[in-house]
Design a protein around this ligand. Structure first.
Ligand code: CUA
Length: 377
């Protein structure tokens, strides 16, 4: 029989509907390649895989329960249908066997789901031996990442980065999350679950992936005017490249400014826009640059700003980023709502250009740089 001779309600769903469904499934499975995809269906993460296995088990049970309850309902309605010609129905008080079954079966189902959930939590929550430790601190509106393990290995400097988290592939990364001001939440969906970042509280959980790439992360708790602008990148590098990053970052010392432009930029950074007045603090009082006197911890660490790819906690990337550095320094709250950095409106365009040149000169050695070495996921 030809399809178009079928009655309308028996026609299979149209190609367009099937296509839409397939697209939705593809998108939710994280297999779209063009743009960066936020997806808890990225199964390169063991966390996401474990959650998926548990979800499938629970969904299968739910379908079986649905079929069983539907069958019982239709069976009962059909069997005990009202018969207009009969006398009054049988009167009876309860059915002990049926009631026992109706109590015992749900208890068994809930117990199985509880065991499954507890088992999954016991797999994904504990920090496994050999995990890499990273601290993530949320603040309005950016993220600080530091590597306590790098300090322990006796390296010269501290490995700290702002809004860009570098991790190795194929290894559990134990993230200890906290916050400086209000409650934020760390979430990189392709790599694992999310955790609230709460001031005064330290919470550790695991993320991981076996696929190199740069992934998108977001703050996922409303935390103020620029909550939506509190993003971060996670760059997952193969272990050898990750080791090169850590070695380069730990040994990093900011290069001395070598041109008149970067020298002026350096001087403004360290001493402020007007060396005679302290009305607006110098950049160095809030930002740190490893290997210079700048040791502020109020704003993001800028040690290798020139090797980064994002600005304003992920608002701008690449070329867009370079174009926004000067407006950002001049009046950051004008380009990012709620930005807490003071305005530097008295800086001349030439001074802004010099500051930008100095910041962009702060680069990791090529072996330690992490952008461009792995694809965008
Ligand atoms: Cu930080 Cu939302």
């Amino acid at each position: 029989m030809k399809l178009n001779t079928l009655p309308r309600r028996l026609q299979p769903p149209s190609v367009a509907v099937l296509g839409l469904l397939a697209l939705t499934l593809l998108a939710s499975a994280g297999t779209a390649h063009a743009a960066q995809t936020l997806s808890i269906g990225d199964l390169h993460s063991s966390y996401n895989r474990n959650i998926l296995y548990m979800s499938i088990a629970v969904i299968v049970m739910a379908i079986l329960i649905f079929i069983g309850v539907s069958y019982a309902l239709f069976y009962t309605v059909n069997k005990f249908r009202e018969d207009k010609h009969s006398a009054a129905p049988d009167q009876f008080h309860g059915n002990n066997r049926l009631e026992t079954v109706l109590i015992v079966v749900p208890v068994i189902i809930v117990t199985v789901i509880t065991i499954l959930a507890a088992h999954t939590m016991a797999i994904v929550n504990p920090t496994p031996p050999g995990a890499l430790h990273v601290n993530a601190t949320g603040a309005q509106f950016w993220w600080a990442f530091d590597y306590p393990d790098a300090k322990l290995s006796g390296a010269a400097g501290t490995v700290v980065n702002g809004n860009e988290l570098v991790i190795p592939t194929g290894r559990q990364v134990a993230i200890t999350v906290t916050a400086k001001d209000v409650i934020h939440a760390f979430w990189a969906p392709n790599l694992g679950g999310q955790r609230d970042a709460i001031p005064g509280s330290l919470k550790t959980f695991q993320i991981d992936t076996d696929q190199p790439g740069s992934y998108q992360g977001n703050c996922s708790v409303l935390c103020g005017a620029s909550h939506a602008n509190m993003r971060f990148k996670v760059v997952a590098l193969p272990p050898a490249q990750y080791a090169a990053f850590i070695a380069g970052a730990a040994a990093y010392k900011a290069p001395a400014p070598s041109t008149p432009s970067t020298q002026n930029g350096y001087s403004i950074f360290m001493q402020g826009e007007d060396k005679a007045s302290a009305a607006v603090p110098a950049c160095a009082s809030c930002h740190r640059i490893q290997g210079t006197p700048a040791a502020g911890a109020v704003g993001p660490d800028l040690s290798y700003f020139g090797s980064r790819d994002t600005l304003g906690a992920g608002i701008w990337e690449g070329k867009e980023r370079e174009a926004h550095i000067e407006p950002w320094i001049k009046h950051c709250a004008a380009v990012k709502p709620g930005c807490l950095m003071p305005a530097y409106t008295d800086l001349s365009d030439a001074d802004l250009a010099d500051l930008k040149a100095y910041l962009l000169s702060l680069k990791l050695p090529d072996t330690a740089a992490y952008w461009g070495k792995v694809p965008v996921r």
